[in-house]
Design a binder for this molecule. Sequence first.
Ligand SMILES: *Cc1c(COP(=O)(O)O)cnc(C)c1O
Length: 382
Amino acid sequence: MAEQTTVPTTLRRAVAHVDLAAISANVRLLRSKLDGATELCAVVKADGYGHGIERVANAAVEGGATRLAVVTTAEAAVVAELDLGVDLLVLAPIPADDLIATIETGAELTAWTPEHVGEIDRAAQLLGRTVAIHVKLDTGMGRFGARTDEQAHAALAAAAAGVSVLPKAVWTHFATADEPGDDYFDLQLNRFSEFVDAARQRHPEILAHAANSAAVWRDPASHFDFVRCGIAIYGLDPFHEDAFARGLAPALSLHSYVASVRDVAAGESVGYGRRFVATAQTRMATVPIGYGDGWRRVLTNNCDVLIAGRRYAQCGTVSMDSITVEIGADSTVEPGAPVTLIGTDDGERISAEEVARRASTINYEITCGLLPRTSRDYSPVG
Ligand SMILES: *Cc1c(COP(=O)(O)O)cnc(C)c1O
């Protein structure tokens, strides 16, 4: 067959379609698992896990999130600008140089030493604002937070005694919420629960929060005043299995198109390093998405794509700008045909969890790993 390379100019090489209604629906599903008084804080860090922080923040609030959480000053500024009328929490400690800019966003801040609380207090006084402090206790994640209850109580006391700060909440983070059956989760939860009781004796109004998405399913005792959900609001499975089985709706699908089709004879190779050599006459489709778009090279000879509702194996090295797919000698697939890398096509489905398994990683890293060259499309589905 004659090689064709011209395709309609409206096709875009790598497009992540994000279904915002799915995000709102996932937030509603999560809320249905909480008792009436428990709120949902949507975690929209890392550009909304690659989905687009602004759109996600809007959709989450639409679905009933009453709080939003981020990690960096820049993320806090973007969310604050949306003026959604919900509380905003910064989960990570903010470097001194960024303190003023962060306080100006109106966000609530994390701290766990009296010194850090004092630093925030001085910056807040300069700005004439009051900052709500969430004191973090490290119950076993081993990264951030007070290592002892005494230190956490001292940070709370400093927040209560400060001029322009106030103690708002105590919190912790689980290391193994997504590993059902382990004991460590319960150890962390027990340690935190005891600390919450003691903190409430001194500060009766103080809030408590601990649960990530997995913990929402795992144990209602971990829900406290609000849960902090990231992965599940995007419709991805916190337990790395099947999001659909959990009632979640995956919000992101990833698309490209067939840019070129060519016949390959037995013995001919395709791609860098000749990692695909045809054993018989066949036909290959070249798809313009590669690791420069976030489709990782570790997927070389190790993923499938969907074309017209059929699964095809990716063959040969994933390069920066393209991948190649064996469509078979008799294929009628033509240039311009839509290709789905994550998502559903006519009943066939490739989930982010499947791609993650192939890449020896987790679904979080698949969507966070989509690079700026992948455009985002928010047009409503069907
Ligand atoms: C990212 C993050 C979350 C969200 O976790 P998911 O597993 O995505 O629900 C919650 N809490 C903290 C502290 C985080 O950093």
